[in-house]
Every structure is written in C-alpha cells, then in structure tokens.
Design a protein. Structure first.
Length: 95
C-alpha cells in the first residue's frame, strides 16, 4: 500500500499525466506566433526503472541539428509502460 501511495504522490508532481500501466500522451509545451512551419526535428530521452536516464532532447540542439532558426512551437510525446520504461520525445516545428 505504501508503494502505491508513493507512486501516486510522485505522479502528481509530474507535469505529464503518467498512467500506472500505460501512458501515451502528446502535449504542446511551447507555442510561438504561428501554426505554419516548413521544418521539423525531434529527439528523445529514455529512462529505465527511473534508475537510468539517457538522451539529449534540448530544444536548441534539436533546432540546430535540423536547420531550424525560428521555432514556432514544441510538442512532447510521452510513452511509458508500468513505470518500467519511459520515452519522452520532443518535436520542434519551425522554419
């Protein structure tokens, strides 16, 4: 029971709603001046058992690596399974 309470408390502190069994959430995390764009780029972070975390999904790095000089908006896609494995992918849209 105490483990369930800890998981629920930790989940409440996170910005993205994480399901205990499965999560598949797409949310906009930054919005610019326009919906139109000509380029996209994405990068992901991974974690296993919330013990090992890997990845480089910095918005500046994504933009630079994909030739985006003017960022329009950024989406975050989160997939998780039983708190065992988590992927967060950030997609940058711009010109």
């Amino acid at each position: 029971m105490s483990i369930l309470i800890c998981v629920l408390l930790i989940n409440g502190a996170l910005a993205t709603p994480i399901g205990l069994i499965f999560t598949n959430v797409i949310e906009t995390v930054a919005v610019g001046s326009s919906d139109t764009y000509s380029k996209t780029g994405s990068a992901s972070n991974y974690n296993i058992l919330y013990l090992i975390g890997l990845g480089d999904s910095g918005i500046q790095n994504i933009a630079k690596n994909n030739g985006i000089t003017k960022i329009k908006y950024v989406d975050k896609h989160t997939i998780s399974l039983f708190y065992l494995f988590n992927i967060e992918t950030f997609t940058v849209y711009g010109d």
